[in-house]
Write a new protein. Structure first.
Length: 358
């Protein structure tokens, strides 16, 4: 791709998550490589505030579900893309695709790329058929499972050849294992994610009840914010494990957290390519997760951690117990986890795949 071309990375979410992290890291790295990068972001978001501290051009935008029906909003976006001579735009939210995708098409943007990280089928309706047939030129899926979900009942308006799997990548220089804790007592079990139902933190509380019953020396640290915080705290009190659960609302540097923990437990019910999981593996943490969605693409069962049947708490507790009881097993699986990141989920390697797609 001609490096004088201008790429727009578009994300109007007000919350912070894996998609926003990808926008930030990708934008900064591509700009370092002399691409012209413009990021459109919600002015009240962490993404916007973070990027305003960098050298990137950041344009404030606010998009709602029905913005694509607002002619003035479409015209404003059209002017942004036209005046900036955008060559390629990458959109990560459904509402952004509908509004900014349409404006980009009208502005003559050459490539309109939809990047998807949810392993859920897209609704088969008239609006989606129009956008995937007339607006979107390529789709990026961040796992094979996400690609499969895109094709469920949608073959007639999304061509498999137009869906390109590019996994999330981890910059290994940001996450070292040199300071990994070595005392092993108590064993610290960690989790990172928004406190919402699909992330499954309630299973961590049930896990704590099991471990407490068998008198293990442990702590469970949960990093994240969300609407379920109070509900989870009450559930911990109900199961009488509130002293074993530590909620951490915000961390400036999650790399320090990953180096502190011994085991990463990830009881999510639906995932694409989880950044939190990959970061834990990069920090040489063995993983225990449910065998759902994209998990088998990241976790090699029995090598980098364990995959257990969905909602099977007996199996999850059994595998966590194995890791608690064997520091040697934790170290071996942790080393394999980091090696898997270097070979398949390396940020620079996957960025090159993105450039090839451009």
């Amino acid at each position: 791709m001609n490096k004088t071309a201008t790429i727009c990375l578009f994300n109007s979410s007000i919350t912070w998550g894996g998609g926003e992290k990808w926008i930030q890291e990708t934008g900064i790295t591509l700009s370092d490589q002399k691409y012209k990068i413009i990021v459109c972001a919600n002015p009240f978001s962490e993404l916007f505030n973070n990027l305003k501290k960098t050298f990137l051009k950041v344009v404030p935008v606010r998009i709602a579900n029905l913005s694509y029906l607002n002619p003035l909003k479409i015209f404003i976006l059209y002017r942004i893309f036209k005046n900036s001579e955008i060559d390629t735009i990458v959109l990560g939210l459904s509402q952004d695709l509908k509004a900014a995708g349409l404006a980009a098409k009208l502005a003559g943007v050459r490539q309109i790329i939809y990047r998807r990280g949810l392993a859920n089928p897209i609704k088969n309706n008239l609006v989606n058929r129009f956008y995937f047939k007339r607006i979107v030129t390529k789709v990026i899926a961040n796992s094979e499972e996400v690609k499969r979900s895109l094709l469920v009942k949608n073959n007639f308006h999304i061509n498999a050849s137009d869906i390109h799997v590019i996994y999330n990548g981890i910059n290994l220089s940001d996450i070292s294992t040199f300071d990994k804790r070595i005392n092993g007592s108590p064993v610290i079990i960690g989790n990172v994610g928004r406190l919402i139902e699909s992330k499954g933190q309630k299973f961590l509380i049930e896990l704590a009840a099991y471990l407490k019953e068998y008198k293990f020396d442990f702590q469970i640290k949960i990093v994240g914010i969300g609407k379920m915080r109070h509900q989870l705290e009450e559930y911990a009190k109900k199961l009488k494990v509130e002293n074993s659960i530590i909620f951490v609302e915000f961390l400036n540097d999650t790399a320090d957290f990953y180096r502190e923990i011994d085991i990463f437990v990830f009881p999510s019910s639906s995932e694409g390519c989880s950044n939190a999981l990959l970061e834990a593996m990069a920090a040489a943490c063995p993983v225990v997760a449910f065998n759902i969605s994209s998990m088998p693409e990241m976790v090699c069962d029995g090598e980098t951690g364990f995959l257990v049947p969905f909602k099977d708490m007996n199996s999850m507790a059994e595998k966590v117990t194995l890791l608690i009881n064997s520091k040697e097993l934790r170290n071996r699986m942790g080393e394999q986890a980091r090696y898997r990141i270097t070979s398949k989920f390396n940020f620079n390697k996957n960025l090159r795949l993105l450039e090839e797609l451009f």
